[in-house]
Write a protein that binds this ligand. Structure first.
Ligand code: NDP
Length: 322
């Protein structure tokens, strides 16, 4: 059994390589070749939770589960808000093959899936990117968006300007692109072609009137039924895609709150990214449509990423037969 640390995950799993892995996993899910159940969430003090996300990838012969704590206020005491591991098992004999750092996998696989959604849904000439939030996901999403569209302008917003400035300094050095720090979310999304909402906000931070025609939005931050980043008017006027309908209808405040308000109905969900990948559903209707990809995060993504890393290490003979 192998213990795979965050450094090794970072070395092996680039966002680009992860996109290929995620495409395959989402395709398998859409074709019924991957199974998962909804995550279980144990509520702790305040907004803290312990979550578990199991899945089975039939074509890869692996099963596994991610176990993760989410402590949203951890940034204030110098810890990541998400900490956990992915346990990877052989599906034939049930053996535990690897314990893989879950923080890095979560950051990379989420951004990789958003980049697949963006590639499928955003207008081709999208060149202005806005990122709301400056945490782990903001970092991986900036890298991911640059892979799929010819981004020339990047604007970022955080509640605390110093976090925006730290993000700018780090990401400009890392990715060789200029990043502007905006003073408000409204300013940040002005004329943006692509918007990534990657905050732990519980109330809307993005309004429909601020979003231009033709924009694509990756709504990633809100993963609980009572939390949302998107205002009702925005959801209502958009074409709304999800990673998994079963997850969205149980876990997505961005979808469930407008539904409870009676402003949209269940059929507002156009379908899943995997269904777009296999051509089962159409993409955006017109260049003027506003498209939303609502990401809840799926167990199959974690297991597929962990298995990819394990197999890459096997190729390098870094895995014994134990
Ligand atoms: P981080 O803790 O690294 O960053 C959180 C970010 O959210 C910070 O920029 C913080 O801003 C901002 N923020 C917190 N509260 C608010 C608020 N009330 N209004 C506006 N901004 C706020 O978290 P991650 O980057 O790892 O994750 C971001 C979000 O994405 C989380 O909610 C997380 O649960 C979710 N997530 C979703 C996944 C998916 O698969 N869909 C996977 C992983 C995470 P500030 O600097 O001002 O404090």
């Amino acid at each position: 059994m192998l213990v795979i640390t965050a450094d090794v995950v970072r070395d092996i799993l680039s966002v680009k390589s992860c996109m290929n892995v995620m495409e395959r996993a989402l395709t398998d899910l859409a074709n019924g070749q991957a199974l998962q159940v909804l995550r279980t969430v144990l509520p702790l003090e305040g907004e803290n939770v312990l979550g578990q996300m199991p899945s089975y990838l039939k074509n890869d012969g692996v099963i596994g589960t991610k176990v993760i704590t989410v402590y949203p206020d951890n940034n204030q005491i110098g810890f990541p808000s998400h900490q956990g591991v992915v346990l990877l098992f052989n599906a034939i004999n049930g053996k535990l093959q690897a314990i893989v750092d879950g923080n890095e996998i979560t950051a990379i696989r989420t951004a990789a899936v958003s980049s697949i959604a963006t590639d499928l849904l955003a207008n081709k000439n999208s060149h202005t990117l806005s990122i709301l939030g400056t945490g782990e996901q903001a970092r991986s999403h900036l890298e991911a968006m640059l892979l799929v569209r010819p981004i020339k302008y990047v604007r970022v917003w955080s509640r605390h300007r110093k976090n925006g400035l730290a993000f700018k300094e780090e990401m400009e050095a890392k990715l060789n692109i200029s990043v502007d720090v905006s003073d408000s979310a409204e300013e940040a999304v002005h004329q943006a072609d692509i918007i990534c909402t990657v905050t732990a906000a519980r109330e809307p931070i993005l309004k429909g009137e601020w979003v231009k025609e033709g924009a694509h939005i990756n709504a990633v931050g809100a993963c609980k039924a009572n939390d949302r980043e998107l205002a009702t008017d925005l959801v209502k006027k958009s074409e709304f895609y999800v990673d998994r309908v079963e997850s969205a209808t149980k876990e997505s405040g961005d979808f469930l709150i407008p539904l409870q308000e009676g402003v949209i109905n269940e059929s507002h969900i156009k379908g899943e990214i995997g269904e777009l990948l296999i051509g089962k559903i159409p993409g955006r209707k017109s260049e003027k449509s506003i498209t939303i990809f609502n990401s809840l995060g799926l167990a199959i993504e974690d297991i597929a990423a962990a298995n990819f890393i394990y197999k890459e290490m096997s190729k390098k003979n870094e895995v014994s037969n134990y």
